[in-house]
Structures are given as structure tokens and as C-alpha cells.
Design a protein around this ligand. Sequence first.
Ligand SMILES: [Zn+2]
Length: 109
Amino acid sequence: MTQSERLSREALFARDGYRCAYCGQVFPPEELTVDHVEPRVRGGDHSGGNVVSACGACNLRKGHRRLADFLAEEPEARRNFFRLARYIWPRHRRAVAEALGKRGIGVDD
Ligand SMILES: [Zn+2]
């Protein structure tokens, strides 16, 4: 399986060890959701390089905020995302890191 292939929900959750990218906890598959790093409405695709596993509570809390906005406001989610989301395309990670940097927030802060 490569990063660019469309991942099934099950394959995504297995890849991420059933761990939410934002709170870092492990959940049964029925409590996990597929979260797009670059939103689909902004052209993000469903490849493995653009999706992370997120628990329902974190996905709900993130809501319609852009990922950088959510991570700017939630330090724990920010640390977990940069620690856990190792499969995300480097350009997506970089874009999020740059958006945070513009607010004076480092990825390890
Ligand atoms: Zn979570």
C-alpha cells in the first residue's frame, strides 16, 4: 500500500494503530472517524497522505475550523498531531507548520 492510494476506513485506522491523531488515545474502530488534513472542499483528496484517524469527540471539537486554527488553539492536539501523523504528505505538514509559525507557534510548543 502506498501513500497515494485511497485508503479504506479500516486500512486507515489499522495504519494509525486505532489511535486518534489529536488526543492520542486508542479507540475501537466504530468510535473513529476519517479526518482530512487538507479539507475536501479545498481540494484535499482521500489519499493516505491527506487523512488521519480522529476520534468522534476530537473531530466534533475541531468542527469546521481549519486544521491550523484547531491546532493553534489546542496545544495537546498540536503536539499529538505532529508526533503521530507521520504518514501525512510533507507538503501538508509543512503548510500547517507554516500557518502556525505565522502566529508565533512552533510545532513543539
Ligand atoms: Zn481524539
